[in-house]
Write a protein that binds this ligand. Structure first.
Ligand code: F6P
Length: 367
């Protein structure tokens, strides 16, 4: 598209100001926070795009401050840099009461030289880190929560309990995808909008207004190397997809696995599909791989706001009451009818319990 034809597109700033007109008493703090987050994402996009030239690929050396994060995962240099960028770009403005990140064991306190505000920012600064060194898409994902009146008025330090809010309480959620183009996808609770970074202007432009996820799909994403650890309802769902036309679904399915949840969420927002990283029996200490507060909840809000669905496999993700900052959880999201089917499989008696032929495939009691 020639540059001149792009002048009709709204910038992220214009979009936020127009949204704010719906709330005449709004202070502008929220918009300022989102713009700071967007700036952090632009800086991370530049670092990611430089690759080897930026000297930021590879593991974060132990002698530079340790290289294992709170999840027990090896931190990449870019994980650490991205975390720093998120903090520095957002801590100063007086909009935040505190932050939490995948890369930090404890909540981050706003330094005393800065004013404190009414929002909490929770983020995974660089999701899909295993893809960094191989030049495959990665992203940042974030969630915005409100603090209680008590914190707002006292300005006290935040603690873990202040972040333990269900996904339904999120004020906003979004991600930036660092792919062939950099995109910011955002919900402020009124649908989902996608912005593409115009590298000439350094501005996010509203290119994908009011995204909607098709209700049905024939594309699924799951790490099949874990199949021996799956629970029966997940195994059933995937087996039926694989059986395609010859099975109970009566249609062929396609499969994708990028190993970068932000990229998978984006594909699903663009053309539908279902993503599963379900609870499994691989490691009894980990009830799922992905994290509730900064992965499952923000992606859950985006999905629901785009007409899709997000679930633990058994119940809506946004209704889950968190119990710890870095809690892991089984996550299923995407096209509504597929996610509901998976929930139904979890709710139904398992095959092993079904000796009665009335429950066999294509029988009276099967859908
Ligand atoms: O940190 C989470 C993550 O990188 C997700 O982005 C991705 O979906 C998943 O892990 C990939 O996990 P695995 O390496 O088991 O395929």
């Amino acid at each position: 598209m020639p540059l001149t034809n792009r002048t009709h597109l709204s910038t992220l700033t214009q979009f936020l100001i127009e949204e704010r007109r719906r709330f005449p008493s709004a202070s502008g703090d929220f918009n300022a926070l989102i713009l700071d987050v967007a700036l952090a994402c632009k800086a991370i996009a530049r670092a990611v795009a430089l690759g080897e030239l930026g000297g930021t690929l590879g593991d974060h050396a132990a002698d530079e401050g340790g290289n294992i994060n709170v999840q027990g995962e090896t931190q990449k240099k870019l994980d650490v840099l991205s975390n720093e960028v998120f903090i520095r770009r957002t801590e100063w403005a007086g909009n935040l009461a505190g932050m939490a990140s995948e890369e930090m064991d404890l909540p981050y306190q706003i330094p005393p030289q800065y004013p404190r505000g009414k929002y909490l920012l929770v983020f995974d600064p660089l999701d899909g880190s295993s893809n960094i060194d191989v030049n495959v898409s990665v992203g940042s994902i974030f969630s915005v929560l409100r603090v209680s009146k008590e914190i707002e008025e006292s300005g006290r330090d935040v603690c873990e309990a202040d972040f333990l809010q269900s996904g339904a309480q999120q004020v906003a959620a979004g991600y930036a995808l660092y792919g062939p183009t950099t995109m910011l996808v955002l919900t402020v609770g009124d649908g989902v909008n996608g912005f593409t970074l115009d590298p000439n202007l350094g501005e996010f432009m509203l290119t994908h207004p009011r995204l909607r996820i098709p209700e049905d799909s024939h594309e699924f994403a799951i790490n099949a190397s874990n199949s021996r650890f799956w629970e029966a309802p997940v195994k059933r769902y995937v087996d039926e997809c694989l059986a395609g036309r010859t099975g109970p679904r009566d249609k062929d399915f396609n499969m994708r696995w990028i190993a970068s949840m932000v990229a998978e969420a984006h594909r699903i927002l663009m053309r539908g599909g279902v993503f599963l990283y379900p609870r499994d029996t691989k490691d009894p200490a980990k009830p799922g791989r992905l994290r509730l507060l900064y992965e499952a909840n923000p992606v859950g809000m985006l999905m629901e706001q785009a007409g899709g669905r997000a679930s633990t496999g058994e119940r809506p993700m946004l209704g889950v009451q968190p119990t710890s900052l870095h809690q892991r959880i089984g996550l299923v999201f995407g096209s509504r009818n597929e996610v509901e089917r998976i929930e139904r499989y979890h709710a139904e008696p398992q095959r092993s319990e079904l000796c009665n032929p009335l429950f066999a495939e294509r029988s009276l009691f099967r859908v």
